[in-house]
Each structure stands twice: as structure tokens, then as C-alpha cells.
Design a protein around this ligand. Structure first.
Ligand code: GDP
Ligand code: GDP
Length: 489
């Protein structure tokens, strides 16, 4: 018998108070020129646009992402320029398919745009078919854009609507992205759907939402970024992992300036590698390239699931400290961005005897001290040059990735919660916050919500206790864990 959240399912959702991570994701889709960008801009009010390139070398396809606002509704909105071309041409490039999978896996809702003036076009039908095929679970709303000049009296709007109905996604909503006509109607259609979704996410049915299951997620390629200072041996390591001399290796710092992307299979899993050039401390005249490379590293960090930070064992022995300042900065950033972190100490072949022993003992301890936010960061000692440690690296990367993708069932979490609540010695019994219920709302990285009785709020100490217990009891080393709290009456 699991505890129930009694009243939260009735309370209206205040979207503006929901953590951005938990908001529903709405993708705007449609053939070219129907006004997707125009609608996107209207929804995000041209602010907060975060433009990033998809990892695709051949065709640059941009996905814009922002926070959409429609009255009190809040949602993540994706503008899918480029996806429509694929949908229309029917040819699915492999890399694009990968990206499409990722984008659609993240979305729970689609706004399917058509042009009210053109009426239904064959390409619209293609987009509809494509959407059904790739994302049968996505709730789709057909939106008839450019409706500002159509008058219902003349019958043209009704005719367009009748045609749009043939797409099979229900009644279309006429709007004009340009003038703002129909935004109230769009709100009225979206509000109950998004609210229903939010209720499920924030309640005990969270497990059954539309987000992909662990299996689907782990089928997607694992994206691994190898980062580190120049000359620590990133390229050598990359080569060792690829077991092929594809990346140029040389003694000069910064020889491999550009990010090199490589894809390989490891134990049936696709690994997508991003090798970054050294990211800091270049010579002065090389400034332009250096700053570019810092930006590139940051971008790669955002894109990576797992960040492998490479350190140089010889430097550690010389310095008598595990990480230099910029290495700490990048490790912390990776953790803050919610990435899984694996530390690789390279060039172990250069250390002998006592020094070797000392480095192996000191590094994990020191890393824990400088990055206290994440416990149990895996540290692997290797010699890329001698090809030693390849298996250990890959095992840690995959282990960390699997933890990062982990989904714990609500039943299991609540059995755990009852045990843990009795274990904690609350200072003041009377003021003991009551965590009624605990659930995982998201993976990659695992994100949890603790439902507490409305009068009690978890202090930072309580949250830290819960986080620590969760990590220890479920063995969640090396990845950032997020716990949020929400009141129930
Ligand atoms: P996308 O290719 O689907 O992203 O379409 P865009 O947003 O770039 O819009 C294509 C064209 O349609 C542009 O010239 C827009 O100005 C125009 N457009 C977009 N929304 C409207 C609208 O509501 N009414 C009218 N009349 N034109 C629009
Ligand atoms: P990057 O700038 O981080 O990509 O570093 P490179 O892979 O280009 O390596 C820099 C230098 O360190 C090269 O001369 C490599 O041969 C050397 N190196 C890389 N890995 C090892 C290792 O495991 N042991 C030793 N002794 N040297 C290494």
C-alpha cells in the first residue's frame, strides 16, 4: 500500500512556479513557410531564445528552444526548422533521424501548423504521416495559421477547417502568428492538456507520462565529451578508445584545435565522441582560437551526456595537487549542467613506486573535496600511450551513463522513503517535516520531487540528507541528483 497524494490533483497548476526542467515540451512542426518561426517568436516573445546547432556536420539544422508563455501557461517550446524538410522529402538521413528521435522523445505536445489560405497541401499530409510514424505518443494540435484575412462569413475559414480536420488530429485552431489572432483559443485548447500533463508529472502517475522509458533512452547514442588541458593526452586517449589512428597526435599544445567527432560501437552501444582541443591557457597571440575553443568546449559540455575529464599524472605529481584551477572549473561546470562526470588520470606510465601509490590514493579524495556536490565521482588511472585502461574507461563511462538514465519506480522510492525518514535523527521532532511521498519525475539526470505537508518545508539540511541517502542507497555515484519539493495539503 503506497501513500497517496490527496489533494494535489485538484489544485490548479501554477505554471510560473514550476521548475523549468519539469515543464511540458511543445514542438512546433509543419512544412516550410507556414509560419513556425513566427509562432515561435510570438510564444517566447522573442526573448530567451537559445539557439544551438544539432550535431550534424553535413546539413546545419537549428533547433531553437525557449520558454513559451501563453497567459499563465508556461512550457518549453521547440522550433523545428529543418525537421520538416525531412518529413516532406521522406528521406531520413541517419544522423537526422537520430536527432529527430531525440527531439521528439523530449516533446509531449506538437503544434502542427498549416496555412489557412493555402488549404491542405499534400506536404501537410506527409508531415502528418511522419509525425504519426515517429511520435505516435505525442498529443498533436492542428493550428491553422495566417487566418487573419479569412472570414467565416464567406465560408473560407470553415472550408479550410474542414480540410484540416482530414489530418486526423481533431479540430484545428485558427490563428495568426503575425497579428496575434486566435491566441486565446489556442490557450483554451492547450490549457487543459498541459494542466493534465503537469498533474500527472507531479502526482503518483508520473511514471506513466509520455517521456521515453529507460529502454528507449538507452538506445540513443551515448554522447561522450573528452575534455582537458592541452597536452594531457586527450587525442592519444581518443585514438586508444577508437583503436585507430584517426586523430592527429603531436607534442605541441593545441595541435588538435577543432573538435573531432567520431562514432563507434562499444558492446552494442553507439558512442558519439567529441574530442575538444585544449580549452585554456594558450599563447597570447593565439587568443582568437583559444576563446573559440573555450566556447566550443562549453557547447560540447551542454551536448554531452558524460564528460570525461582527462588529467595528467605527471603534472599531478609535480604540482602535488590533483586539479589545477581551470580543471576544477570545468568539472564543476559539467556537474552544474547536469552531466555525468568521469575523471581519467592519464600518463600513469610515467610514475613509479611511491609516487604512483600516492597519486592513486590522493586523487579520488581530493576530487571529492573540490567537487562536494557529487559523491563517488569515478576516477580511472590509465596510460593512453601504452593503451592501458581502455576497458576501465569504457566501463566507467557506461556505468555512469546508465546511472544517469536510471528510473526508479515510485513504489521502490516510497519504501525507501519510509526507511530513511525513520533513520534521520530530526533535531526537533515537532517540527519534523513530513515528506509524504517521493517520486522520480525525470531521468538524464535523475530528478526527484518530494511532496511535503503544506506547513513544513524541507530545509537545505534536510534536502542534503535526502540527497545523500538517495545516492548511497541507490549507488548513484558520479552524477548530479536533483530533488525538488512541492507542498501537498
Ligand atoms: P516557417 O518556415 O514555417 O518557420 O515560416 P516563417 O515563420 O518563416 O513564415 C513564413 C512566411 O509567412 C513569412 O513571410 C511570414 O511573415 C509569413 N507569416 C507568418 N505568420 C503569418 C500570419 O499569421 N499571417 C500572414 N499573413 N503571414 C504570416
Ligand atoms: P592533447 O593535447 O590533450 O590531445 O594531448 P595529446 O594526445 O596530443 O598528447 C600530448 C603528448 O602527451 C604527446 O606527446 C603524447 O604522446 C603524450 N602522451 C599522451 N598520452 C600519454 C601517456 O599515457 N603516457 C605518456 N608517457 N605520454 C603520453
Amino acid at each position: 500500500h503506497e501513500p497517496k497524494v490527496e489533494s494535489s490533483s485538484k489544485a490548479p497548476i501554477e505554471f510560473s512556479k514550476v521548475d523549468a526542467d519539469l515543464l511540458p515540451t511543445v514542438i512546433i512542426i509543419g512544412r516550410p513557410n507556414v509560419g513556425k518561426s513566427a509562432l515561435y517568436n510570438r510564444l517566447i516573445r522573442r526573448r530567451e531564445a537559445l539557439v544551438y546547432n544539432t550535431p550534424n556536420d553535413h546539413v546545419t539544422r537549428d533547433i531553437r528552444e525557449g520558454i513559451g508563455k501563453l497567459s499563465d501557461l508556461r512550457f518549453r517550446v521547440l522550433d523545428s526548422a529543418g525537421l520538416e524538410a525531412e518529413a516532406c522529402s521522406g528521406s531520413v538521413l541517419q544522423r537526422t533521424a537520430e536527432m529527430t528521435g531525440r527531439v521528439l522523445a523530449r516533446s509531449q505536445f506538437a503544434l502542427f501548423l498549416i496555412d489557412a489560405r493555402d488549404g491542405l497541401q499534400p506536404m501537410d499530409l506527409d508531415v502528418g504521416k511522419w509525425l504519426r510514424k515517429h511520435a505516435p505518443g505525442i498529443k498533436t494540435i492542428v493550428v491553422m495559421n495566417k487566418a487573419e484575412s479569412l472570414h467565416d462569413g464567406a465560408g473560407s475559414l470553415a472550408r479550410a477547417a474542414g480540410e484540416a480536420y482530414l489530418l486526423g488530429f481533431g479540430d484545428p485552431v485558427p490563428i495568426s502568428a503575425e497579428t496575434g489572432l486566435g491566441m486565446v483559443e489556442l490557450y483554451e485548447v492547450m490549457r487543459p492538456l498541459l494542466e493534465d500533463y503537469m498533474q500527472r508529472v507531479l502526482s503518483d502517475e508520473g511514471d506513466q507520462d509520455n517521456s521515453p522509458t529507460e529502454d528507449e533512452e538507452s538506445k540513443l547514442p551515448l554522447q561522450l565529451a573528452i575534455v582537458g588541458r592541452p597536452n594531457v593526452g586527450k587525442s592519444t586517449l581518443l585514438n586508444a578508445l577508437l583503436q585507430e589512428d584517426r586523430v592527429l597526435v603531436g607534442p605541441e599544445a593545441g595541435l588538435t584545435r577543432d573538435s573531432v567527432r567520431a562514432q563507434f560501437e562499444y558492446q552494442g552501444r553507439t558512442i558519439y565522441m567529441v574530442d575538444t582541443a585544449g580549452w585554456l591557457h594558450r599563447t597570447k597571440h593565439d587568443r582568437g582560437a583559444a576563446s573559440l575553443s573555450i566556447m566550443q568546449t562549453r557547447k560540447n559540455l551542454m551536448r554531452a551526456h558524460i564528460v570525461a575529464l582527462v588529467l595528467d599524472a605527471e603534472e599531478i605529481a609535480k604540482d602535488r595537487r590533483s586539479m589545477k584551477h581551470d580543471e576544477v572549473v570545468i568539472a564543476r561546470r559539467a556537474v552544474e549542467e547536469g552531466r555525468g562526470l568521469v575523471v581519467i588520470v592519464n600518463k600513469m606510465d610515467l610514475l613509479k613506486g611511491k609516487l604512483y601509490e600516492r597519486v592513486i590514493k590522493a586523487v579520488p579524495e581530493e576530487i571529492q573535496t573540490v567537487i562536494p556536490q557529487v559523491t563517488g565521482i569515478p576516477v580511472v588511472f590509465v596510460s593512453a600511450l601504452e593503451g592501458k585502461g581502455r576497458t576501465a574507461v569504457m566501463r566507467q563511462v557506461i556505468d555512469t551513463y546508465e546511472t544517469w538514465c536510471l528510473r526508479l519506480s515510485t513504489a521502490r522510492l516510497n519504501r525507501w522513503l519510509r526507511k530513511v525518514m525513520s533513520r534521520h535523527s530530526w533535531k526537533d521532532q515537532a517540527a519534523q517535516p513530513k515528506v509524504k511521498y517521493f517520486t522520480q519525475v525525470k531521468a538524464r539526470p535523475p530528478t526527484f520531487v518530494a511532496f511535503v505537508s503544506s506547513k513544513a518545508k524541507l530545509s537545505d539540511t534536510d534536502l542534503r540528507f535526502l540527497t545523500r541517502s538517495l545516492k548511497e542507497d541507490f549507488n548513484l555515484g558520479g552524477i548530479p541528483i536533483r530533488i525538488m519539493q512541492r507542498s501537498v495539503a
